[in-house]
Design a protein around this ligand. Structure first.
Ligand code: DC
Length: 637
């Protein structure tokens, strides 16, 4: 199980892994080209290693040179006579090479893991056979393994059913320049993920092939082969989606790249969707910058047929938005690395989201979200998308995190770099329940807990013990600045002495407001509070009077508790073990301190503009904790 740390606003510049789709397309083109090619900035992950190994089996000399790939092209005919290719779980490797293996000298078997053996290939085999190839589908239900008897790709005209996967069309296009004659490919059915076909065309052209859309469903490829190139692989837009959605959810700014401003990568279709949900997006100089505004996050209805990989992260964003998020026309998600619609339905449901899934659509909202142990369903994109939910819901953990290696081995390191610790600020007057609620919330979330009132009380105790006048700013400041104080869950150390039993005395209570109003005292203790939080990367609940306004003004999770004065006094009396007759005296004392704290010049007690107000008068401590936990997870949205 890998715990996911929840995050405050994001501040990061992410260097994306190379595009998987482009890397595997360019590898095939370079392997068929004449001459030695170099791919600069390719993806190094399971799916591209699968392609590299497979090309080696086909007799191509291809290998890593530092971070680049060098490929000695086979000039349109793979040397291998007999080979068995293990495409592992890589759909692009298996499909692209089903077509390209028709250009090998002998019989090539293409197989993969149990997941690949459930992914379709029959429509591709039938179209290739119309082009003179001899491809047998040997697996169950039109799936892998396939056996390809080469060399046999004459070209000519073929019809391809393109409603299940755009990879079929891409596979035929990639092999077609090396067929004996020109090829005309007619696509039938409603074409899924069309931008991926355009991506294929762009890579082919870069390697010197001639390929055109001749009509809305007709593609023409000229024979003539490929020429070797030095080719720069863009950053992966499918990967970019995760840091971009992270900033959409957590706020702050993220930049990702390199992705050219004229890039045709399909998942860039998510950018306008995130904008319509409330994020600000800008593209310049091959980078995408996103500024997130979590409190504005609004649900959307969107057809994502063109960008199916982006659906998963968008569904997670939908859990945290106001209103429902509806994603339509994405039926082919059911035949990806997992049945992604079913996987989202199950896992987002565990997190408390309300998910409605149909054969080809999904709709999500979240009202009562909660942490859960999440299953990645063996699917890298499910793992990466669900990790984003953990940025907002403290306590999420994931089984099988290693599946991200399929396309982004460094994903979790990127996520760690992206994050800032989440600081939950709990402010309010005395007796309102801050300490009880903060302590319980910190336990529930596994966060550190800092009671800043105890620090001001400890400083006051030290002032009184030293015999100083609380209002003597010069002497008090000098003493407090030099104090050696440490606050933990169950002790307050002043030097080596635990003073936890002394700081709640009436004498300290009577002087604390005056001491805590001194600017030098506040400066010293605020600095100390920020240092304390920096040592708690797991997250922190910090309670006091000015935590949301002054100490952590950038916190995205600000709570201000209130309660009726007589109720606060009654709670204080109980806390202190006093008799009920003391209620009026304690009420007067609280009122005096409230007035002092909220009218002082420096850091007066008041709610931050973006704080959520919670009246605890009628609620039990647990009810307040439940309410505050939801407010934190929802970030006021
Ligand atoms: O929460 P408490 O009653 O223990 O706080 C004691 C006093 O400390 C309170 O009257 C004002 C001061 N205080 C402050 O000025 N700023 C804080 N962040 C916390 C407490």
């Amino acid at each position: 199980m890998r715990p996911i740390t929840s995050s405050g606003p994001i501040a990061s510049d992410v260097r994306l892994p190379g595009s998987k789709s482009i890397t595997n397309r360019a590898l095939v083109a370079a392997a068929l080209a004449e001459g030695i090619s170099r791919l600069v900035g390719p993806l190094r992950a399971d799916d591209t290693e699968a392609m590299v190994d497979a090309l080696q089996r086909l007799g191509v000399s291809v290998g890593w040179r530092d971070d680049d790939l060098e490929i000695e092209g086979a000039s349109g005919r793979f040397p291998a006579g007999e080979a068995i290719i293990d495409a592992r779980g890589s759909g692009t490797t298996a499909r692209f090479l089903t077509a390209a293996a028709t250009l090998a000298s002998g019989t090539i078997t293409i197989d993969g893991n149990s997941r690949l053996r459930r992914r379709p290939v029959g429509d591709l085999a039938r179209a290739l056979n119309l082009l003179g190839a001899a491809v047998e589908v040997a697996g169950h239900e039109d799936s892998f393994p396939v056996v390809v008897h080469g060399p046999a790709l004459s070209g000519g005209a073929a019809i391809l059913e393109a409603g299940r996967s755009s990879q079929f069309a891409s596979a035929i296009l990639l092999a077609a320049p090396c067929a004996e004659t020109d090829t005309i490919l007619e696509l039938t059915g409603s074409i899924v993920s069309r931008p991926y076909i355009d991506q294929t065309i762009e890579v082919m052209r870069a390697f010197g092939a001639t390929v055109e859309w001749e009509g809305p469903t007709t593609l023409a490829v000229a024979g003539g082969g490929y020429q070797a190139q030095t080719y720069q692989v863009e950053g992966d837009a499918s990967a970019a989606v995760y840091p971009l959605v992270a900033a959409t959810l957590c706020g702050g700014t993220v930049t990702v790249g390199p992705i050219g401003n004229d890039s045709v990568q399909a998942d860039l279709a998510l950018l306008p969707v995130l904008e319509s949900m409330g994020a600000d997006v800008e593209r310049s100089d091959g980078r995408i910058e996103l500024v997130g505004h979590p409190t504005r996050l609004a649900g959307v209805t969107v057809d994502l047929n063109d960008a199916p990989d982006a659906v998963l992260a968008l569904a997670v964003a939908g859990m945290f938005a106001k209103g429902r998020t509806e994603i339509t026309n994405v039926g082919n998600l059911r035949i990806k690395e997992s049945d992604r619609i079913a996987a989202l339905e199950a896992e987002l449901g565990k997190l408390g989201a309300d998910v409605e899934a149909g054969e080809d659509h999904l709709s999500v909202s979240g009202n009562n979200l909660r942490p859960a142990s999440i299953d990645a369903h063996g699917d890298h994109r499910i793992a990466m998308a669900l990790a984003l939910a953990g940025l907002r819901i403290p306590g999420v953990e994931m089984a099988e995190p290693q599946v991200v290696a399929k396309t982004w081995p460094g994903f979790f390191e990127m996520l760690d770099d992206l994050q800032t610790p989440l600081v939950i600020t709990i402010d309010g007057p005395g007796g309102v329940g801050k300490s009880t609620v903060s302590r319980l919330l910190a336990v529930r979330f596994g966060f550190g807990h800092l009671e800043t009132g105890a620090m001001y009380r400890t400083a006051t105790l030290a002032v009184l013990e030293a015999g100083l006048e609380p209002g003597d700013s010069g002497q008090v400041a000098a003493l407090v600045e030099a104090l050696d104080m440490d606050v933990t869950a169950d002790s307050i150390l002043l030097g080596s002495r635990d003073v936890i039993g002394l700081v709640r005395s009436d004498e300290v209570g009577a002087a604390v407001s005056e001491v805590s109003a001194l600017p030098a005292v506040r400066r010293a203790l605020v600095g100390w509070q920020r240092q304390w939080v920096a040592k708690h990367p797991e997250g922190a609940v910090v309670e006091g009077r000015d935590i949301g306004t002054i100490v952590f003004p950038d916190s995205p999770a600000k709570i201000y508790l209130t309660a009726l004065p007589e109720i606060r006094a009654t709670r204080r009396v109980k806390d202190m073990g006093l008799a009920d007759e003391e209620i009026p005296r304690i009420a007067a004392e609280l009122a005096r301190r409230d007035h002092f704290d909220s009218t002082r010049k420096m850091s007066p007690l008041r709610p931050a503009d973006d704080a959520s107000l919670v009246d605890t008068s009628e609620l039990t401590a647990m009810e307040v904790v439940d309410l505050v936990a939801q407010l934190v997870i929802r970030r006021g949205s």
